[in-house]
Design a protein around this ligand. Structure first.
Ligand SMILES: CC(C)(COP(=O)(O)OP(=O)(O)OC[C@H]1O[C@@H](n2cnc3c(N)ncnc32)[C@H](O)[C@@H]1OP(=O)(O)O)[C@@H](O)C(=O)NCCC(=O)NCCS
Length: 146
């Protein structure tokens, strides 16, 4: 498996995974437009040409937000998400960012377990942030030395 920056050729597979993994998926067009956004940084995990997982972020000044993270259900619990988030943080750190913030559904225990083991801590809660089904978001953040 290799981790690399998302390119145009990866977008259809990323969009297909988005659809499989989320009830409110980003469209293929929105994902493609991230490639043109200088604030955005998306990484994919590849086995050959197959996209196994991806993570997307946006950075303003020295603060980054994680927009999306998903791994193909057939390839979970192999450390792919952990590797993606660690590689993203390394890139963000080099770019001068000092923290990464994300929202996660209050019921999403697997993602919360992942973020806890990566050192994210809860800094807030947004009531009814998600629709479909309606649910609170936990706001998690990880900070690091520049
Ligand atoms: C959450 C998700 C990205 C994790 O991907 P993954 O590649 O399976 O995660 P990893 O293998 O890197 O897991 C690293 C650690 O996170 C924790 N973890 C991950 N999935 C877990 C689960 N289902 N139950 C409990 N702990 C879990 C474990 O501590 C795991 O380490 P271990 O396998 O050595 O015990 C994946 O389940 C997914 O795509 N879910 C659907 C989309 C989603 O919820 N995205 C996050 C939105 S905020």
């Amino acid at each position: 498996m290799i981790l690399t920056n998302m390119e145009r050729c990866h977008v259809p597979q990323v969009a297909a995974l988005e659809k499989r993994c989320f009830c409110d998926p980003w469209s293929e067009g929105s994902i493609a437009s991230e490639l043109e956004n200088p604030l955005s940084r998306w990484l994919v995990a590849l086995e050959g040409e197959q996209v196994l997982g991806y993570v997307g972020s946006q950075t303003v000044l020295d603060e980054s937000d994680m927009m999306n993270l998903a791994v193909d259900p057939a390839f979970r619990r192999r450390g792919i998400a952990r590797a993606l988030v660690c590689a993203l943080i390394e890139q963000l750190r080099k770019m001068g960012s000092r923290c990464l913030t994300l929202e996660v559904r209050a019921s999403n225990e697997s993602a919360q377990a992942l973020y806890a083991c990566l050192g994210f801590v809860q800094v807030g809660r947004r009531k009814n942030y998600y629709l479909n089904p309606r649910e609170d978001a936990l706001i998690l953040r990880k900070e690091w030395e520049k």
